[in-house]
Design a protein around this ligand. Structure first.
Ligand SMILES: [Zn+2]
Length: 629
């Protein structure tokens, strides 16, 4: 590990800052979540300290979110005291996340009281919607301060959590008792482990053992807005158990003492997944486990987040392995951290049976076509989207095709698929990307640790699996601007990206979930149900006719629009020389835009190329038998 010099620097800095916390003692954190249903968490900290100046900080750069997303705006009611007397604090004028105070003579600790105002039903990541009337998702970084300059790997926290009566919880932390007050007490852990170990809790809770009698244990913890949402189908719990077995076969070692999928099923919390060493905070719709379409749409949520335990938490880009939560993160290697994880996540969804191979191919086709049509790739490289990830995660959807998005996920799928295909071709089928994963992410099983890496480390490990010009490969695909998406993996894998006039099942469920009509591959338009135009692809027929994003579609061929009428008009224009006529509202003005487009409906699909071996299907073959079969 190369983090020692950084830690040494921090200690020197701390000496000059005159930090006055007692380094060898444990900080006590009591969180009262009984008011979570009305969106308030209350916290009390007891921080052992010596008299003198002290600076306490609120976590700013949140691991896995790759940005300064600590929700400081929602910190309220901050009060400090020592030995029973109030202590004044002052926020740093430059660093909004730092609070200065003076520990009075004779005091041996600072007591801090704070509230965290849980946001209502919003998007975003862990700072987004996290509580409903029936459940709460707790991320400890939101309810604590810690001494500036301290080392989160050594700073001990004894945390407890008081929940509404009757609520049950899931977490990777170890409960050590539930005293008469009703609060759950957890075994003391370093701050790094605490922040890495969220808790989900609620009135409707269920825990499933995914690897009975095996070590380490794996649990699927479910919390939901209804009891019905917990009714997982037996075949799906077998698929999740299969996922656990597949990760073991893929990586060859596990870097955790036990693993908890913390799955929240609610339509009133932010939907995302956030990785941790020994758990993942996975939040999705209430019907995820009971509606086949919902599970198909998000089949890779749990596999993606679990892969991160190896790729992202254990092996981590040096620029993201920062010494505490205040130092800026550098995202350049997110094309490995997120890109490779995304690829392995979708491959594992197919290998574990959560997806069919056809689901996988549809996903790949839609992603590939979307990337291939995004003209933003003409002006910025994939690496630039990774460097700017901390901005792009919060960019608007309008203009996304010209701006580019956090494309290192989807384009990572294509690039790592191509790497997988190249390894298989170069070694005549004797090796694959699986061998790279075992070499790079495997090693000794044991408790969590972080082993940072550089781009050179990745290329060197690939070269040991299959000698190839990997540096040039990534230089061309990741670090240069490319007008076309990298389709070499699909083509080398024995398939071709083509277009059909039938809406693929995966696109249909995406459209239903997001209330959109996606005609980006034909007219160049992505439209919300109320006609709001989210994006116009530059160079597309809609763009050439002068349509812009944030306008509103009113009528198609003089009739009030619906998705069905719009699709019918596109179909008709394939045999009719008349243009597709769109009546569009631009704020207070209405205008008709004739779209000269006659190629019919177009939706991406993969078509088998019989001239080449079907490596794609080879890649999707499970490495282990399905449990219970
Ligand atoms: Zn991820």
């Amino acid at each position: 590990m190369n983090s020692r010099p950084i830690l040494a620097f921090v200690c020197v800095l701390q000496f000059f800052c005159g930090g006055a916390w007692a380094q060898d003692s444990t900080i006590t954190l009591k969180v009262d979540a009984t008011e979570a249903p009305r969106n308030i968490l209350r916290a009390q900290l007891h921080i052992p300290a010596h008299p003198g100046p002290l600076t306490l900080v609120y976590p700013k750069w949140i691991p896995g979110e790759h940005g300064p997303t600590g929700p400081i705006t929602d910190l309220a009611g901050l009060k400090m005291s020592a030995a029973g007397h109030s202590v004044e604090w002052q926020r740093d004028a430059d660093d909004m996340f730092a609070f200065h105070l003076e520990v009075p003579a004779g005091a041996d600790a600072v007591d801090v009281a704070l509230d965290f105002l849980l946001p209502p039903n919003t998007g975003g990541f862990s700072a987004g919607g996290s509580a409903t009337a029936k459940l709460v998702d707790l991320n400890w970084n939101q309810v604590l301060l810690y001494p500036q300059g301290s080392n989160p790997r050594e700073l001990s926290f004894a945390a407890s959590l008081l929940l509404p009566e009757g609520w049950k919880f899931g977490t990777a932390l170890t409960p050590i008792g539930q005293p008469a007050t009703g609060a759950v007490q957890f075994a003391p852990v370093p701050l790094e482990t605490l922040v890495d170990s969220p808790v989900i809790a609620g009135a409707y809770f269920r825990g499933l053992d995914l690897s009975p009698n095996a070590h380490p244990p794996h649990e699927l913890d479910l919390v939901a807005d209804s009891a019905a949402a917990l009714e997982i189908k037996p075949e799906d719990s077998r698929h999740f158990a299969h996922l656990v077995a597949e990760t073991g076969a893929l990586f060859g070692a596990r870097h955790y003492r036990g693993y908890h999928f913390l799955l929240t099923l609610s339509d009133h919390v932010a939907h995302f997944g956030l990785e941790h060493h020994e758990s993942s905070d996975d939040r999705t719709s209430e019907k995820y486990l009971t509606d086949e379409d919902e599970l198909m749409r998000g089949a890779y949520l749990l596999s993606h987040e679990m892969v991160h335990s190896w790729n992202g938490k254990y092996r981590r880009p040096a620029g993201l392995a920062t010494p505490d939560y205040q130092q800026p993160m550098k995202g350049e290697l997110l094309w490995v951290y997120e890109g490779l994880t995304d690829y392995l996540g979708v491959v594992l969804a197919a290998r574990s049976g959560l997806w069919t191979n056809e689901n996988f191919r549809q996903y790949l086709a839609l992603e590939a076509a979307g990337l291939d049509h995004a003209p933003g790739r003409q002006w910025r490289s994939l690496a630039d989207t990774a460097v700017a990830a901390q901005l792009l995660y919060f960019a608007r959807n309008e203009g996304a095709s010209w701006r580019r998005s956090t494309d290192f996920y989807e384009e990572g799928d294509l690039i790592w698929l191509e790497a997988d295909v190249i390894i298989r071709q170069q070694t005549h089928g004797t090796r694959s990307l699986d061998d790279f994963c075992r070499k790079f992410h495997g090693g000794q099983s044991g408790p969590p640790q972080v082993v940072p890496y550089t781009r050179e480390d990745v290329e060197a490990a690939l070269n040991e699996i299959a000698p190839y010009h990997w540096n040039e490969f990534f230089q061309q695909r990741v670090y240069a601007a490319n007008p076309r998406a990298p389709l070499g993996g699909i083509e080398g894998g024995g398939w071709r990206l083509t277009y059909t006039n039938a809406v693929p099942a995966l696109l249909r469920v995406e459209e239903t979930a997001h209330k959109t009509t996606d005609l980006r591959d034909s007219l160049g338009l992505l439209i919300k149900e109320d006609g709001y135009i989210v994006d116009v692809i530059p160079g597309s027929p809609a763009d050439k006719a002068g349509v812009g994003s944030a306008m509103r579609l009113v009528a198609v061929n003089k009739r009030r629009w619906t998705p069905e009428f719009l699709r019918a008009a596109v179909k008709l224009a394939a045999t009719d020389p008349a243009p597709v006529e769109l009546l569009i509202e631009n704020e207070d003005y209405l205008k008709t835009y004739p779209l000269d487009y006659h190629e019919g409906e177009k939706y991406a699909q993969l078509e088998r190329d019989p001239a080449k071996p079907d490596l794609l299907s080879e890649i999707l073959k499970p490495l282990t038998p399905e449990p219970g079969q």
